[in-house]
Design a protein around this ligand. Structure first.
Ligand SMILES: [Zn+2]
Length: 168
């Protein structure tokens, strides 16, 4: 990695991880809605549904939640690498990934699949959080067997989960 890219990463993480410092000032009853996915920012967290007692979203310009920001800037928090997927298993594995993402998203709208790149039986699934990459890996293993490996980044933050279909 080039030194400038590394510096950018560090600054980016700081900005995203600092408690939503880029959100505009507003009164406690006012809420914010993400211009990308429509999630609401209420009581210091992001949620898919709007609780009662809150006014309509206020914002003067487009605002994006941390998950949409990561997607727009192509900065994944985790990656699941699926190695050696059999042709007969592809639909089933795609379905497992979609279902698991949907379940995770109901609990936390910031957990999302950003991108899936498939080259034959070799898939790379980019996720907004490392937790989701692990969760997707576990559900694929549970359904299809095989083995999982976890590869941590030097900053202990980014994780690549590698799943391999066992072939004997
Ligand atoms: Zn969003």
């Amino acid at each position: 990695m080039r030194p400038s890219a590394k510096k950018y990463n560090t600054m980016y993480k700081k900005r995203v991880l600092e408690r939503d410092s880029y959100l505009p000032r507003r009164s406690p009853k006012e809420i914010i809605q993400c211009s990308g996915c429509g999630a609401f920012y209420v009581r210091r967290r992001w949620t898919l549904s709007l609780p009662g007692g809150f006014s309509n979203p206020v914002q003067a310009h487009p605002i994006y939640c941390p998950a949409c920001t990561k997607t727009r800037e192509r900065f994944p928090g985790g990656e699941l690498h699926l190695v050696g997927i059999e042709v007969a298993d592809r639909n089933e594995i795609a379905r497992i990934l979609r279902n698991e993402e949907e379940r995770a998203r109901q609990k936390n709208p910031l957990e999302r699949i950003m991108r899936l790149r498939a080259t034959n039986g070799d898939w790379r699934v980019e996720t907004t959080t490392e937790k989701l990459a692990q969760r997707l890996g576990r559900s694929v293993r549970k359904a299809r067997g095989g083995k999982l490996q976890y590869k941590w980044g030097h900053n202990n933050k980014f994780v690549r989960v590698v799943w391999e279909q066992r072939r004997e």
